[in-house]
Design a protein around this ligand. Structure first.
Ligand code: RP5
Length: 185
């Protein structure tokens, strides 16, 4: 892997994406594209593809084993039902893996996906976000990259301020409806 230090102390991989998004099926895309959209807000262009733990086990192993040498820093893996993809990716790499439980067509109620990804055995962690929480997975991946990238860190700070502004707008709206609010007096 080739890396260079830029002036803002930003480790920049010359070729290839820093975040890999994988999902068990194209049917997960509606949810999982949220991770890519969120990363793009921080000007991180991820790669995104299908890797099925059950239908393409060799591809899974290959993807996870080669990710680090290809320059990937964080993997986001999403799957539904018997959601073994994130755990098996984590079993095959030392990169941080963020797991997204997807409520899919074969999911009973979502708990199957959540527990399949959440309840990893000791020694093989997967950072699990909420059911269908791909957007948070994107933010979390950006936060990991921001540890060594001041430009992403600045965008995350701005995003925090944006969220604050949105809530304070709601505070004003609710107050204008005539509800008592002594806190913001
Ligand atoms: C999982 O099974 C996939 O991640 C998807 O959430 C679910 C259903 O897959 P399809 O039958 O729609 O391809 O492996």
């Amino acid at each position: 892997m080739s890396e260079q230090q830029t002036t803002n102390n930003k480790p920049q991989t010359l070729n290839g994406p820093l975040v890999g998004i994988v999902m068990g099926s194209e049917s997960d895309l509606d949810i999982m594209k949220g991770a890519a959209e969120m990363l793009r807000q921080f000007e991180v262009e991820p790669e995104l593809t299908i890797v099925s733990a059950h239908r393409t086990p060799e591809r899974l192993r290959d993807y996870a084993k080669k990710a680090k040498e290809r320059g990937i820093k964080v993997i986001i893996a999403g799957a539904g039902g018997a959601a073994h993809l994130p755990g098996m990716v984590a079993a095959n790499t030392i990169l941080p893996v963020i797991g997204v439980p997807v409520k899919s067509s074969n999911s009973i109620d979502g708990w199957d996906s959540v527990l399949s990804i959440l309840q990893m055995p000791y020694g093989v962690p997967v950072a699990t976000v909420a059911l269908n929480g791909a957007k948070n997975a994107g933010i979390l991946a950006a936060q990991i990259l921001a540890l060594h990238d001041t430009s992403i860190a600045d965008k995350l700070e701005a995003y925090k301020e944006y969220q604050d502004d949105i809530v304070m707008e709601s505070v004003k709206n609710v107050r204008s409806m005539g509800f008592r609010n002594e806190f913001d007096r």
